[in-house]
Design a protein around this ligand. Structure first.
Ligand code: MTE
Ligand code: MOS
Length: 812
């Protein structure tokens, strides 16, 4: 095993600890960026001037009326930008635009003595516009061929030959919705300028280094003139990977122009209407199976709804294409990706980063085709799992593929699936108006940034003379427990109790050139760097201890805060060892560095080994559906998930539960809607509050929720044998959607393909039930039938066009 993954005796990792800020979170004492405002003197507040058109050219911007409003100090416009008027890394995101690209786009910002003054000032600004034609729906954008960015393709084998050799070929389309992050803390920045012009921005950002870069390029300054700090976030979920930058730049610009601290915190409505969400997608597919139900070929085009600018749409799309296989071997495959440009907020990273969308496409295909093949979906999925030695469509060998089979069997067993399916069949036979369904789905998720350069991290570890330890690393804390894990890693590496280790907030002047805390890689990357720094210090301290103990340095072990020679009874306490080392003038601090080995990715041909390893998981969900309303509840969920050897089991289980519930929200409840009418409200986000956008809450939690970590799962080559956990569990929720499909199908004669919209809201489930019931009268859609079902079979006239998810065609 590699030195990186090997655990010493009595490690601090692997112990169940509460989140390092848990007590602060629950008592309200934890400080978030906006809490700092009350501790800062002379703060100005920023308010945007949002323009209510989906698409328009600004013909006049009259800011003078705002200055007449009491308490308004200044209006920031494009003319104030000393550097580059752009908020992104693609140079397609003007910070102060002269073209309104989505309903609610901010064209300028007002600074006031109070938030209310700034708000009134913003309302007084006169914006004259010339409305322009707009594309709001994804299907309209596709029809208009409105695309942006690259059109990547993953190809293996000969997809046409694969289809020709297939016993069954089906085709269909599927359009599904995005998701609002709804982090508890909205976007927030607080900027200061010191006497030397040094800019200090406190920001709720997952990517402090990039926030620093964008602030510097907007201000026309060098990176060393800008420091960004992130205390913690009240949730990021990918929404704060790219989108804090422009907002931080506005605050910093205001601070440099006025000499006063500027606070920019979006209200919930502003956050909902101005910032990006998970991408909705459209998929067009053709799939071939052999006579035994084994996948032979897949030809799919995935088009994401990127919104008005690229933001992270290209890498999100790449990850979607890299996860369309999910857990399944696809011999001949062609996956094509496109990003549509629409007049909406710029859609961005969201937990899973496109992976969930790719996996939803294949799971939907399997769910729809299973009845047409006459194969039980549990069996169909399992039969198509990767086996050892096979590679993904982009050429990466699927190491540990047997874990999929093992986890599947474990969930079947611990979830008593066979027995419960018998009970469900009995229940359904006796209940004409209520039906239950149970489904299992697997997850295989690649860990590392596809963009190879991001797979590096730094850390700074200080040991003070009294033996206390302070660690800094490049990762940010958003509730996921990264800091807790890093304290455990440092304590393990140094052989001391966790109480001796403290962690300082993430700052760009402590650790430079950091990557976003994203792609679930925070603990892998920063853990590697923290351990490297600790190992350097430890090597020096071991020398000192060897002399003190009269043994060879190779025979010194530090554990539980005591340095001992192997087998010796006497030892030296950590604090004494550190003090002695200081007097011997031994360096007691170190910078650590980590880069992930063995990665390569050629984005031009979408081929290589972009991932260090795959995370695996399996989940089973049982639901109960009401036949009159489509309303449902989740009766039971069983999960077994692979986190390697957990660094912090309580944290990991929390991530799995939270990720699962967030995924279930995306797939079943959260319904983003934009006004697509030709009225003045065209392009407006109509679900811009918690009253109209349904988030999962306590009442939607599974009634029985069993989460287990895979055992004996050491991952070689990763810090202390662990695996990433942040995103993969979100995709475990795909089983809830498949269980709803099963339950809806149970209202029909069986072996009928049931198409289900996503999100599968009660309304959507109701239409699926209607479709299943119509199938009873329509024998075209029974198993093994070679007659193509009619387009729109079972579709209700009230169903929106986009939910009429195409027909499946079978050919023998
Ligand atoms: N958990 C909480 N509580 N809050 C969050 O914002 N973000 C998720 C995940 N878990 C998130 C979370 C996302 S999108 C990612 S990429 C990872 O955490 C990032 O942290 P990690 O790399 O340390 O796992
Ligand atoms: Mo997570 S979507 O990679 O921030």
């Amino acid at each position: 095993m590699s030195a990186l993954s090997e655990r010493p005796a009595h490690p601090a990792v692997g112990v169940s600890l509460p989140h390092e800020s848990a007590a602060l979170h629950v008592t309200g004492a934890a400080l978030y960026t906006d809490d700092l405002v009350h501790r800062t003197k002379d703060v100005l507040h920023a308010h945007p001037v949002q323009v209510p058109y989906a698409h328009a050219r600004v013909t006049a911007l009259k800011t003078e009326p705002a200055l007449d409003v009491p308490g308004v100090v200044r209006v920031l416009t494009a003319g104030d930008v000393p550097g580059v008027n752009d908020a992104g890394v693609k140079h397609d995101e003007p910070l102060f635009p002269d073209e309104v690209m989505f309903f609610g786009h901010a064209v300028c910002w007002v600074l006031g003595e109070t938030f209310e003054a700034a708000r009134l000032g913003a309302a007084a600004v006169v914006v004259e516009v010339e409305p322009l034609p707009s594309l709001v729906s994804l299907s309209d954008a596709i029809a208009a061929e409105s695309f942006q960015g690259a059109t990547p393709q993953i190809v293996r084998g000969d997809v046409e030959a694969g289809m020709a050799g297939a016993a069954h070929v089906f085709s269909g389309t599927f359009e599904f919705a995005g998701q609002e992050h709804f982090y508890l803390e909205t976007h927030c920045s607080l900027a200061h300028v010191d006497e030397a012009g040094q800019i200090f921005v406190q920001s709720s950002t997952q990517h402090p280094s990039e926030t620093q870069e964008i602030v510097a390029h907007v201000l026309g300054r060098a990176s060393h003139e800008v420091t960004v700090q992130c205390l913690r976030m009240g949730g990021g979920f990918g929404g704060k990977e790219m989108q804090p930058h422009g907002l931080a730049a506005i605050a910093a610009l205001g601070a440099t122009l006025t000499g006063r601290p500027v606070r920019l915190r979006l209200t919930r409505t502003q956050d909902l209407t101005m910032t990006g969400k998970r991408h909705g997608f459209h998929a067009d597919w053709r799939v071939g199976f052999d006579a035994d139900g084994r996948l032979r070929a897949l030809d799919a085009t995935l088009t994401s709804d990127g919104g008005w600018s690229l933001d992270l749409s290209e890498p999100v799309l790449a990850r979607a294409l890299c996860h369309t296989d999910n857990a399944y071997w696809l011999p001949d495959v062609r996956l094509t990706g496109r990003v549509a440009r629409t007049h909406k907020t710029s859609q961005t990273a969201f937990r899973g980063f496109g992976g969930p969308q790719g996996m939803l496409v294949i799971e939907d295909i399997l769910g729809r085709c299973a009845p047409l093949l006459g194969i039980d979906p549990v069996e169909l999925r399992r039969r198509n799992f990767y086996t050892e030695g096979q590679a993904t469509p982009y050429g990466q060998p699927v190491r540990h593929a047997q874990r999929l089979h093992q986890l599947w069997d474990q969930v079947l067993d611990t979830g008593s699936v066979a027995e419960r399916r018998r009970e469900i069949a009995e229940f359904n036979a006796g209940h004409p108006y209520t039906k239950r369904g149970l489904a299992l789905t697997p997850v295989k998720f690649g860990i590392s940034f596809n963009f190879t350069a991001f797979n590096q991290a730094g850390a700074l570890v200080h040991v003070y003379k009294d033996g206390s330890v302070l660690i800094n690393h490049g990762g940010t804390e958003m509730g996921q427990g990264l800091h807790t894990k890093m304290v455990q890693v440092a304590a393990t590496a140094l052989g001391i109790p966790v109480e001796k280790v403290r962690l300082a907030p993430t700052r760009t002047d402590k650790v430079p050139n950091t990557s976003a805390t994203a792609a679930s890689s925070g603990a892998d990357l920063n853990g590697g760097a923290v351990k490297d720094a600790c190992d350097q210090i430890l090597a020096r301290l071991t020398q000192v201890a060897a002399t003190m103990l009269g043994v060879n340095a190779h025979d010194v072990r530090i554990s539980g805060g005591i340095a001992q020679g192997i087998g010796a009874a006497a030892g030296v306490a950590w604090d004494d060892l550190v003090r002695t080392a200081y007097f011997q003038r031994v360096q007691l601090f170190a910078a650590g560095y980590y880069r992930t080995e063995g990665l390569h990715w050629d984005s031009s041909v979408m081929h290589g080994t972009p991932f260090k390893y795959f995370s695996y998981g399996v989940a089973a969900a049982e639901v109960e559906v009401d036949g009159f309303t489509g309303a449902y509840r989740t009766r039971r969920v069983d999960i077994v998930h692979d986190v390697g050897d957990s660094l912090s089991p309580l944290i990991d289980i929390g991530q799995i539960e939270g990720g699962f519930v967030q995924g279930a929200g995306w797939l079943t409840l959260e319904d983003l809607r934009w006004d697509e009418s030709d009225t003045a409200a065209r392009g407006r986000l109509t679900t811009q509050a918690a009253s109209t956008y349904k988030l999962p809450s306590f009442s939607e939690m599974p009634e029985v929720f069993n989460v287990a970590l895979m055992t004996d799962a050491t991952e070689d080559g990763v810090v202390y044998g662990s695996k990433a956990v942040g995103e993969p569990p979100l995709m475990l929720a795909l089983c809830v959607r498949e269980a709803l499909r099963e339950a809806a199908a149970a209202f029909g004669p069986g072996n009928v393909t049931v198409e289900l919209a996503s999100p599968a809201t009660p309304e959507a489930v109701f239409w699926a039930i209607e479709q299943a019931r119509a199938g009873a009268a329509d024998s075209h859609t029974t198993a093994g039938d070679v007659t193509p079902p009619q387009p729109g079979t079972g579709a209700h006239p009230l169903r929106p066009e986009s939910e009429q998810v195409g027909q499946a065609v079978s050919r023998v």
